[in-house]
Design a protein around this ligand. Structure first.
Ligand code: SF4
Ligand code: SF4
Length: 341
């Protein structure tokens, strides 16, 4: 396993680390199996969030008796002092620990930045928790380059890490990530596989590693099998010409208008599974062997994309400003053309 310094935090983290979103979909036994495998593979960094339903709890249960072998990072969407204070204590309880290595302000848009750093803002609660020894480092996560720029340009003295999407098809953060590295801010890459749109694990993780911009990547892993698969990648292997061409091909195919399956757009007013719709149509389009599976899953959706009443509330919540309504119309048409309604 390759390790890197996480900015100036003094933490030495495994480059391939554990993203804790997928364990929500499995059982607590799956989660425990994943943590066992992390230990075997010498992966030492675990990322989760208050917002990932049972993720903190599952991780806390699985870490009993071995908490000190891992660096734990979590995050909260709280923007004000009181709610952040409460969230930190809830995280400590869920994770069954008396300290959290990195606590992050989760998905902060430009419009919330001033509030977070105001007198009654969430940052004040993080600072207090740090003084009390409940947390050791403070970071932020963002999905927009504009927000990332503000954090790195104006708040570099307040934050120790930033987390941002970075992968073969998402290079929008490159300039700011470089600046952050120059300032000693730790860089964490989310969306290693572009929300499941990139299926070549080795290509995806080596691309991030060789960029030189990132200290730690946190692909989501739901069980021991996925941990094994991700940790088997030999990061040091250079890119062949064929692989460089493959990256170009992926960029051309996906463009920029694709769903990262972050789930922030939900709940849909009429109950459409928005990321699910995009996932199924991707399989229909790109994977011959999975087209039938995609049709079955789509056919089983309780509410189909044509039920959209165009209220637009999902688009207001999507951090990537995707034209969800238009995209859903295409999903409906493609499945209809493939004989499923
Ligand atoms: S615009 Fe359509 S898909 Fe989006 S929340 Fe409204 S009904 Fe749901
Ligand atoms: S449509 Fe946007 S908000 Fe919804 S899952 Fe996809 S990327 Fe995330």
């Amino acid at each position: 396993m390759e390790y890197r310094e996480l900015g100036k935090t003094g933490l030495k983290v495994s480059f391939i680390s554990f993203g804790g979103i997928p364990i929500q979909r499995g059982t607590k036994e799956d989660a425990a199996g994943a943590i066992d495998e992390l230990e075997k593979q010498s992966i030492n960094y675990i990322d989760t969030a208050r917002g990932y339903t049972v993720s903190e709890e599952y991780i806390g249960n699985a870490l009993k008796g071995r908490r000190d072998r891992f660096i734990i990072a979590t995050k909260s969407m709280s923007r004000d002092y009181e709610s952040m204070k409460k969230d930190i204590d809830i995280s400590l309880g869920n994770l069954k620990t008396d300290y959290i290595d990195l606590y992050q302000l989760h998905n902060v848009p430009v419009g919330d930045i001033e509030k977070v750093f105001s007198d009654n803002g969430a940052y004040k609660a993080l600072l207090e928790a740090k003084e009390e020894g409940k947390i050791r480092h403070i970071g932020v996560t963002a999905h927009s380059v504009d927000a990332l720029k503000i954090f790195v340009d104006r708040y570099a003295d307040c934050i120790e890490t930033i987390m941002f999407p970075y992968n073969i098809v998402e290079s929008q953060g490159e300039e700011v990530l470089k600046k952050a590295k120059d300032k000693g801010i730790g860089t964490i890459a989310m969306k290693s596989f572009a929300g499941g749109n990139i299926t070549d694990v080795s290509l995806a993780l080596r691309y991030i590693y060789h960029s030189g911009l990132i200290d730690v990547a946190i692909p989501g892993m739901g069980n021991n099998k996925e941990v094994k698969e991700d940790s088997a990648v030999d990061l040091t292997l250079p890119f062949s010409e064929t692989e460089k061409a493959e990256c170009e091909k992926i960029r051309k195919e996906l463009g920029t208008t694709f769903c990262r399956r972050c789930g922030y757009c939900g709940p849909c007013t009429v109950g459409i599974n928005i990321p699910g719709s995009f996932l199924f149509v991707n399989y229909l389009r790109h994977y011959e062997g999975l087209a039938e599976w995609a049709k079955q899953r789509y056919a089983g959706m309780a509410v189909k994309p044509d039920a959209c009443v165009e209220c637009g509330s999902c688009e207001a919540r999507c951090p990537y400003n995707l034209p969800i309504r238009d995209m859903l119309k295409k999903v409906y048409k493609e499945f209809k053309d493939a004989g499923v309604e």
